[in-house]
Design a protein around this ligand. Structure first.
Ligand SMILES: *Cc1c(COP(=O)(O)O)cnc(C)c1O
Length: 389
């Protein structure tokens, strides 16, 4: 049996392992010093004032929506080419979600479609409260334009930067929230750095940070200034909102803090791999990823699109042939509005044609720091073979 070359995988060093072992031998497995140390590290790296570590990016998206006041009667827009969590977080709040079609070159939310949809929504009185752009593959969205529209139409912005830690927009780190209220990172093992499971919400707004800190831990505060009356005694805490247990453990945070030391190295390695793919794939019947000059991508994913007319075969056949040859390709993503659950909410195929067209052609090739040149050559050789027959 040939071992599959995966599309993504973590890179764990001896130092990472030691950092976790050190926590295991310490007094605190959770709610100890590693979580704030990790938060400070990420916030310092990004140039955001606050980082709120949680147990997943999904949780971060949920409390980000809640902190911005999303609730029943509100509408939130995102892109259909994303992981379902970017849309589900809206439904958790009892609000309605809607989708803005993608840009044909970056595959991110199209600013033209967004502007058109906002003009329409203004007429009908159903403007979104929040827009959630997703930096697909790690490539930043056109944030300056989205931010300008947010000023014009009065919506808030959550950047789903699950793919994009270590990336830059116009020379500044993703996560500094220059063009948004909150930015969310994921630390799932396939992402750029990992805590096994984990996520973080970045913000420069002290009030939003406080709200999210409260919501990640049951809505409970120990801060006397936030209480409705003086404490009953030294044991006292108050629940002042309905929150969740979305906390990150110290084991996870220690791993994340250790991984932060290699973040730039990881992203640089991803860029070297992408550059090599660009070169090796130049004469194949595929479209390689286009990079906007404003962006330095985190390069979580390397997505190609098949030129099916030149290939003659089907998308599915090429995908299956790659898998059969031990290339663990994947597809990011199935347009969210075509998922059965979302069809149940009234969405239909045809709603976002550009996204659906993308879905018919896209394949994610293996991309992770540990991918060797020999493995990469194999990916390209197999792809050349299966697109030539
Ligand atoms: C991975 C991912 C998420 C969810 O991240 P978790 O940490 O697994 O909850 C959300 N949005 C996007 C775009 C993702 O890729």
């Amino acid at each position: 049996m040939t071992t599959m070359i995966p599309y993504g995988r973590q890179d764990i060093s001896d130092a990472d392992i030691q950092a976790v072992v050190d926590v295991l031998r310490s007094d605190y497995l959770t709610q100890g010093p590693a979580v704030p140390a990790f938060e400070n590290s990420v916030a310092g790296y990004c140039g955001a004032q606050f980082g709120i570590a949680v147990n997943s990016a999904t949780s971060a998206l949920h409390i980000a929506c809640l902190a911005l006041g999303v609730g029943p009667n509100d509408i939130v827009w995102t892109t259909p080419i994303t992981f379902v969590a970017s849309a589900n977080c809206v439904l958790y709040c009892g609000a309605q979600v809607d989708f803005v079609d993608i840009d044909p070159r970056t595959y991110n939310m199209s600013v033209e479609r967004l502007a058109e949809k906002l003009a329409q929504a203004e007429k009908f009185g159903n403007l979104p409260k929040v827009v959630i752009p997703v930096h697909l593959c790690g490539q930043p969205c056109d944030m300056a334009s989205i931010h300008a529209l947010s000023r014009q139409y009065g919506f808030k912005i959550i950047e789903d930067a699950s793919h994009a830690i270590g990336g830059k927009y116009r020379g500044e780190p993703i996560g500094n929230c220059r063009y948004s209220d909150i930015t969310v990172f994921s630390f799932h093992p396939v992402k750029i750095i990992t805590t096994a499971e984990g996520g973080m919400a970045m913000t420069k707004d002290a009030q939003l940070a406080k709200r999210m800190q409260l919501l990640r831990s049951h809505g409970i505060t120990r801060d006397v200034n936030e209480m409705t009356h003086v404490p009953d005694g030294p044991w006292y805490y108050q629940q002042i909102d309905l929150g969740y247990n979305y906390r990150m453990t110290d084991l996870q945070a220690a791993l994340g803090l250790s991984q932060m030391q290699r973040l730039d190295e990881f992203v640089a390695r991803r860029h070297a791999i992408a550059k090599r793919y660009d070169r090796l794939l130049a004469d194949l019947p595929v479209v390689t990823p286009w990079q906007h000059p404003d962006s330095y991508s985190g390069l979580h994913l390397y997505v190609i699109r098949l030129k099916l007319k030149e290939i003659g075969g089907t998308h599915r056949q090429v995908f299956e042939d790659l898998r059969a040859a031990g290339i663990g390709v994947n597809l990011h993503y199935i347009p969210v509005h075509t998922q059965p659950y979302y069809e149940g909410l009234g969405f239909k195929a045809g709603y976002c044609p550009e996204a659906e067209h993308y879905y018919d052609e896209a394949i994610s090739l293996p991309m992770y720091p540990g991918l060797t040149e020999a493995q990469q050559d194999k990916v390209v050789d197999v792809l050349r073979e299966v697109t030539a027959k």
